[in-house]
Design a binder for this molecule. Structure first.
Ligand SMILES: [Zn+2]
Length: 243
């Protein structure tokens, strides 16, 4: 259909430019490699981050999206550190879901403790906004200018401390490219003014998830509701290589 908006297999939503890369980048690279269409949407411009500016971070996110093979990158500006689960924000995301009609949505986890080294309040709020927006997007009477859309599943990255993943995805073969996508965010991960080695932390997390399924690197996700399974073998994962 000429002029029709492309639909997406996976739409990954984050609060700040880099969230999607950090929480699910290796998996997105894997999915793009399998032929799936992947899009990325950010709710803020990350202007409150210690490193970079809104303009710099937009450029970095564009480069990272290119490296990951995403064919959509959209930025909203609802205010870094001011992300709340309001009707207005649910409506904004519901319209995005109706526009791009993803089968699967990735979003930050909807719970978490607050404070340094804990969940960022914007991440938690984004997880909640996405869960509520998915309901709104499917309501016939919400915004009658667009067609209702039902998302098949929402998978959450950024698991709070102590929360086990519902499933874990092997990204070993995609690790180097993932690292490249992360390094595109120079202001965040290669910034000499920042003393913390974030890349080391992210590699350690990927190794930790990997150890849960006997592979080198992986990323973990949680679901807020049970997975609807039709084929037990499809969710059993590949047979382990006998060494
Ligand atoms: Zn963030």
């Amino acid at each position: 259909m000429p002029g029709a908006v492309k639909t997406y297999d996976i739409l990954a939503i984050g609060a700040h430019p880099d969230d999607v890369e950090v929480g699910s980048g290796g998996v997105l690279i894997r999915m793009v490699g399998m032929g799936y269409r992947v899009g990325i949407v950010y709710l803020t411009r990350g202007e409150m981050g210690t490193g970079g500016t809104a303009r710099i971070r937009k450029k970095e996110a564009e480069r990272a999206a290119e490296i990951m093979g995403a064919d959509l990158l959209e930025h909203f500006d609802i205010g870094d550190t001011r992300v709340f689960d309001t009707y207005e924000n649910r409506g904004l995301v519901a319209r995005v879901l109706r526009k791009y009609r993803p089968a699967i949505v990735l979003a930050p986890h909807w719970e978490g403790h607050t404070g340094k080294r804990q969940s960022h309040a914007d991440h938690v709020a984004t997880g909640r906004i996405v869960l509520n927006a998915a309901n709104l997007a499917n309501l016939k009477k919400f915004d009658q200018r667009s067609e209702p859309h039902e998302v098949r599943a929402i998978f959450h990255y950024f698991l709070p401390i102590g929360v086990s993943p519902t499933f874990v995805v092997d990204i070993t073969d995609y690790f180097d490219r993932w690292l490249e996508a992360l390094k595109a965010h120079r202001s965040q991960f290669l910034n000499p003014k920042k003393t913390r080695d974030y890349l080391w932390t992210l590699e350690t997390m990927a190794r930790s998830f990997g150890s849960l399924i006997g592979v080198k690197y992986a990323q973990g996700f949680a679901c807020s509701s049970p997975l609807h399974v039709a084929d037990l073998l499809a969710v059993a994962g590949p047979a382990r290589r006998v060494v």
